[in-house]
Ligand binder design. Structure first.
Ligand code: ADP
Ligand code: MG
Length: 447
């Protein structure tokens, strides 16, 4: 039998057993190339497709092939980038190369710092140069010059990146200094636990021994009196010992609601630097930086188009870049202005349509699950991962509180949600294939 006809038969059988979106994305552009001594060679378009098919469809394909040709022993998948657009061909055909060159990302257990965030990959422009200068000064002489350093700015403008880069640089320069990075939400949780398990003393001791304390998103301690009290205590101890404190916030100290005055005036006692929205040139430079990291290649006119269209924040700029690259890739389109404009249209209307139900259904469909299974208490691996992804997306895309997510997904414990969100975001940073999977889901959310 002709390979192509044979493969069409297999595909049509698989098509009825899988969701349309999955089929389109992963299988449609595959090809049966040859059968040699019982080994079927199947060509797929990318590493992502290969991983995906091997993990999810291998058994199905094997079964279906065997029903047509009984002596098939196994399948080997090869990557043929001719099945994709030329823009994205580079390097993908060598899995090892791709994985090795992808910067290894780790969150350091002791410091809580992510090595991805460095000054080297932080683009400086008029919107952040004061904050960068102050941060660099802090890395020269931690605890001496600008203490505390208070960095504030809107969502997705680079606060976390900058304060972590500061921590990473200090860690490199001063090997003996103890550095601790955490979000104020995590700090709050630690306070609660310390009280619950009656070990506030060792909690205080732990923080007392830190040389550089970095607290991200301090605004979340608004209204939490006990946490504020504990933080005030820690702050004073460290400050008195000339230890460096770095804080980020979405607004200046004076505008923080429900935060004790004495704490605000402590924040105001050091250096306050803001980060504002980046201007066009900075946005272009940031896009180039991200493309370099992710090995994307887009023509300059497309980069400028992206920088022109997405102005509000850098996280969205990065999201837009990912969306464009992924959409071009999977829809097999050339990177022309017209195609990209069409893709970007989605970005400007998504938030309206994304809601709890949409996230639930999109993720369930993506993993071929019934949404009801998400609410169950079942801890099977096939369910746990999609469930955690849903939790993560509810937090990231809709900004739901952990407790709300816990409640909405079948009255779970909020720490389960916290853990899930952390786990997923760590995995995204660590594993490019997983990041790709999440991007796929996100682009479907916008449809
Ligand atoms: P925030 O903490 O202010 O919400 P993040 O630090 O998380 O923002 O930044 C969002 C994304 O944008 C991150 O991926 C970060 O690396 C990137 N980013 C922000 N500012 C810059 C910059 N100046 N140069 C390079 N990347 C940046
Ligand atoms: Mg942040």
């Amino acid at each position: 039998m002709n390979f192509s006809i044979l493969w069409q038969k297999v595909l049509s059988e698989i098509e009825i057993q899988t969701s349309k979106a999955n089929f389109q994305t992963w299988l449609k552009n595959s090809d049966l190339r040859k059968i040699n001594e019982g080994i079927a060679i199947i060509a797929v378009s990318s590493n992502f497709a290969k991983e995906w098919i091997e993990n999810k469809y291998h058994k199905l394909i094997l079964k279906s092939l065997r029903s047509l040709i009984p002596n098939i022993k196994t399948i080997e998948y090869i990557i043929d980038t001719n099945l994709t657009q030329p823009v994205f061909k580079e390097k993908e055909n060598n899995l090892k190369d791709f994985q090795l060159s992808f910067p290894e990302v780790k969150i350091d257990f002791e410091t809580g710092l992510n090595s991805r965030y460095q000054f080297e990959n932080f683009i400086v422009g008029p919107s952040n140069e004061l904050a960068v200068a102050a941060s660099l000064a802090v890395t020269e002489n931690p605890g001496i010059k600008y203490n505390p350093l208070f960095v504030y700015g809107g969502v997705g403008l680079g606060k976390t990146h900058l304060i972590q880069a500061t921590g990473n640089t200090i860690k490199n320069k001063f090997k003996n200094k103890k550095i601790k990075y955490l979000s104020s939400e995590k700090f709050t949780n630690e306070v609660i636990e310390a009280i619950r398990f009656k070990n506030t003393k060792s909690f205080r001791e732990k923080y007392r021994n830190i040389d550089v304390l970095i607290i991200d998103d301090i605004q979340f301690i608004s209204g939490k009196e006990t946490t504020q009290m504990e933080f005030f205590h820690t702050f004073n101890e460290l400050y008195g010992l000339n230890k460096q404190i770095i804080i980020s916030s979405d607004r200046p100290p004076s505008a923080l609601p429900e935060i004790e005055e004495r704490l605000k005036s402590r924040f105001e006692g050091g250096m306050i630097a803001d980060i504002t929205k980046p201007e066009f040139e900075t946005r272009v430079a940031i896009l180039h930086q991200k493309m370099k990291e992710k090995r994307y290649f887009l023509p300059e006119e497309i980069v400028e188009l992206l920088a022109k269209k997405i102005q509000d924040n850098i996280r969205n700029l990065e999201g837009g870049l990912n969306l464009v690259v992924n959409s071009l890739k999977y829809q097999k389109l050339l990177p022309t202005k017209k195609n990209v404009e069409k893709i970007l249209e989605k970005i400007f209307q998504p938030k309206k349509t994304i809601n709890f139900k949409k996230i639930l259904n999109t993720v369930s469909e993506f993993y071929d699950l019934n949404p009801d299974q998400i609410f169950s208490k079942c801890r099977k691996k096939e369910l746990v991962k999609p469930r955690q992804i849903i939790m993560y997306l509810l937090k990231e895309e809709l900004g739901f509180a952990y407790s709300t997510i816990a409640e909405k997904l079948g009255n779970r414990d909020h720490t389960t949600v916290l853990y899930a969100c952390q786990k997923i975001s760590k995995e995204i940073q660590k594993n490019p294939f997983f990041e790709e999977e999440i991007n796929q889901i996100k682009s479907r959310l916008c449809k």
